[in-house]
Every structure is written in C-alpha cells, then in structure tokens.
Design a protein around this ligand. Structure first.
Ligand SMILES: CCCCCCCCCCCCCC(=O)SCCNC(=O)CCNC(=O)[C@H](O)C(C)(C)COP(=O)(O)OP(=O)(O)OC[C@H]1O[C@@H](n2cnc3c(N)ncnc32)[C@H](O)[C@@H]1OP(=O)(O)O
Length: 150
C-alpha cells in the first residue's frame, strides 16, 4: 500500500461535507500506520482556547476506525481509552500518528498519539479494540429496532 488518502466516515460521505472533526488530511503510510494532520475547530472549544475532551475522543474513534476500514477490515469500536496528558489547543496545527498494533482473530488493537505538528510531546494517547463485523451486523440491529417498534 502506498501513501494514500483515507476516506471520510459514512456521515460525511453522505452529506458531502468536509470532516466535521477536521480530519481530512489523512494518509495511510503503510498497511499498519497512518498520519492525520488536523486542527481542532473553534466550535469544539471546551476551555479557553482548549479543545473539549469529547472532540479528542471522537476524533480518535473516527480516525482509528476509518483507518481499519481503509485496510479492508469492516469493524466497529468495542473499547476506546484516552489518556489526556496536556491541554490540546484549538485552531493550531496538530498531528495524529496511528498504528494497528496487533490483530487477534476478529479483534484489532489500535493506538493513536496526538501532538502539535513539529513537537515530540504527546498531548493525548488512545488505545482501543475494534471488532471485525460478522455478516448481517446492521441487519440484526435493524431487526432489534423493529422488535422495539422504532
Ligand atoms: C457509505 C460510506 C461508508 C464509509 C464507511 C467508512 C468507515 C468509517 C469508520 C468510522 C468509524 C466510526 C466508528 C464507530 O463509531 S463504530 C460505532 C460504535 N461501536 C459500536 O456500535 C459497537 C457496538 N457493539 C457491538 O456491536 C458488539 O458488541 C461487537 C460487534 C463489538 C461484538 O459483538 P459480536 O457478537 O460481533 O462479537 P463477539 O461477542 O462474537 O466477539 C467477537 C470478538 O470480539 C471480542 N470483543 C467483543 N467485545 C469486546 C470488548 N468490548 N472488548 C474487547 N473485546 C471484545 C470478543 O472477546 C471476541 O474475541 P475472540 O474471542 O474472537 O478473540
């Protein structure tokens, strides 16, 4: 696999909008590693000029899942842990380095590290498990919803 652009999530593809988390500049570097250049939009400010922690968790969930799908593994997030190490500034150039650390059957262990571009100081670190979907995952979900009458 060469350095190629990773597709947006389904919601952004359907609405034909740029990534709402700001993660459009997203390239796969190998079968197991990728890099995202992004900035936290001001709309996700949690404290003064500081990103909301929910943005940080959401962007990790988004880019780690998108990368795994990019490698051909249809999967969903089963667990996601974020260590918030330093405040993340809004509207500043940031970078995420992500990696598929291990695969065990249907379980895929991924990690991500968020830094300011050009800095080697970690601002936040994510670790999680993505489970490869069994056929009929979304159909079973729709059937469960139908049983509930929704
Ligand atoms: C149109 C355009 C489309 C574009 C798309 C672009 C992509 C964008 C992507 C965007 C990204 C957005 C991302 C999102 O927002 S994904 C949305 C958020 N996540 C979900 O909705 C997931 C909800 N959970 C489930 O559906 C089920 O629980 C899953 C599917 C996860 C497992 O239920 P299932 O019945 O299938 O599995 P199983 O019970 O047979 O277990 C199978 C294996 O998994 C292991 N396991 C299970 N749970 C956990 C756990 N918590 N920790 C550790 N391990 C766990 C389990 O031990 C077993 O391992 P092993 O014994 O085999 O070794």
């Amino acid at each position: 696999m060469t350095a190629d652009l990773v597709s947006p999530c389904r919601g952004c593809q359907m609405s034909r909008t740029p990534c709402r988390f700001g993660a459009d500049d997203f390239v796969a570097l190998s079968e197991t590693a990728a890099r995202v250049r992004l900035a936290c939009p001001a709309a996700f400010e949690g404290g003064p000029r500081v990103a909301h922690g929910g943005w940080t968790a959401a962007v990790f969930d988004d880019v780690l899942g998108r990368f795994l799908v990019h490698t051909g593994v249809k999967s969903v997030t089963a667990t996601l842990t974020v260590d918030y190490l330093l405040p993340v500034p809004v509207e500043q150039p940031l970078e995420i380095h992500l990696e598929i650390a291990a695969r065990e059957g249907r379980r895929n262990h991924l990690t991500g590290v968020l830094r300011l571009q050009g800095s080697d100081r970690d601002l936040a670190v994510a670790r999680g498990v993505w489970v490869e979907l069994r056929p009929g995952h979304f159909e079973r979900h729709q059937a469960r919803m139908a049983e509930l009458g929704t």
